[in-house]
Ligand binder design. Structure first.
Ligand SMILES: [Fe+2]
Length: 310
């Protein structure tokens, strides 16, 4: 079965376009793509865009665009979805032009997230340049990054059937951690190329469809520099620097102007399907990734009462 090859782009509805431009370009180091009728686009590489930002009240993810290798594969995927009772519509030329793709079909996952399946995702007319990065963003065969979606009350069997059986993802691993007595975070990580996961889905209390989107950089110094820029701008952090035990990502989490998070990472593990074994782990973090609020309070208290102070 030919499945999707990468998470190519994501689309967000945001209430403050200007703040999102500042956040994406100045703090994260993305490049402004172009102004559109609904907002603007952001670039991570030579592709036409990786994030499509549209003005609106949701302040959340509104679509994920996954590439498929060929038009024939797209037809086969649409047939597979329809045979399973999933509604699929062919996008028109105007939408294809807006997304910079040859063909686009639209469906939805069992969580209610809009899924766009595309072919021919275009390059931009100019090479990517970031005024803030020392290195570059890790994209290529691994796509734009990874997204972590909230499962709500939908069963794992239902969403795994959609992503694994119909779209062709493979399970990478599962993490179940008791984050408070009797309260478990339970996430499953899925890959469609060597990137450890392009989609993860889990059950945690979070008031958005998307918990975070991860963007990865090639130079570890860019994680530190982005951290410094976010700190200087007083952008709220969600979690401190840390590392995950499954994809080995060294990262921090910062809040977007829309309330969900960006994971800014380096050093993500790649999967070789020939040798990979699916495991269940019991910790979300090897170290760090502390909730940022309590750490800030602790530091503030430490400042007032520091044993290193004068
Ligand atoms: Fe992540």
């Amino acid at each position: 079965m030919s499945g999707v090859t990468e998470l190519s782009y994501t689309v967000y509805e945001v209430s403050d376009l200007a703040d999102w431009e500042r956040f994406g370009v100045e703090l994260l180091g993305m490049a402004y793509g172009e102004k559109t009728s609904k907002g603007f686009t952001l670039r991570l590489d030579d592709k036409a865009h990786r994030w499509v930002i549209e003005e609106g009240p949701k302040d959340d993810l509104v679509a994920s665009g996954f590439s498929v290798s060929s038009s024939a594969d797209l037809d086969a995927m649409a047939a597979r979805l329809r045979a399973d009772g999933v509604e699929v519509t062919e996008g028109d030329a105007a939408l294809a032009a807006e997304r910079k793709v040859d063909r686009i079909i639209i469906t939805a996952d069992p969580l209610g997230n809009r899924v766009e399946l595309v072919t021919g995702f275009a390059d931009a007319e100019t090479a990517f340049e970031s005024k803030n990065l020392l290195g570059r963003f890790v994209t290529g065969a691994g796509g734009a990054g990874h997204e972590v979606l909230m499962s709500g009350t939908v069963s794992r069997d239902d969403y795994l059937h959609f992503y694994n059986e119909l779209l062709g993802f493979r399970t990478s691993d599962i993490i179940v951690e008791e984050i408070a007595p009797g309260f478990f975070a339970d996430l499953i990580f899925l890959h469609c190329n060597p990137r450890h996961h392009s989609v993860a889905i889990g059950d945690m209390p979070f008031p958005r469809r998307m918990h975070h989107f991860m963007i990865e950089v090639t130079d570890i110094r860019d994680v530190g520099l982005a951290w410094d820029r976010c700190l200087a701008a007083h952008q709220p952090f969600h979690m401190t620097l840390g590392m995950h035990p499954n994809d080995m990502m060294f990262s921090f989490y910062v809040e977007t102007p829309s309330g969900f998070n960006i994971e800014y990472g380096w050093g993500g593990l790649l999967i070789d399907d020939a040798t990979w074994e699916v495991k269940t782990l019991d910790k979300l973090n090897s170290w760090g990734h502390m909730p940022a609020g309590p750490v800030a309070q602790m530091l503030a208290a430490g400042d007032a009462n520091s044993k290193f102070g004068n």
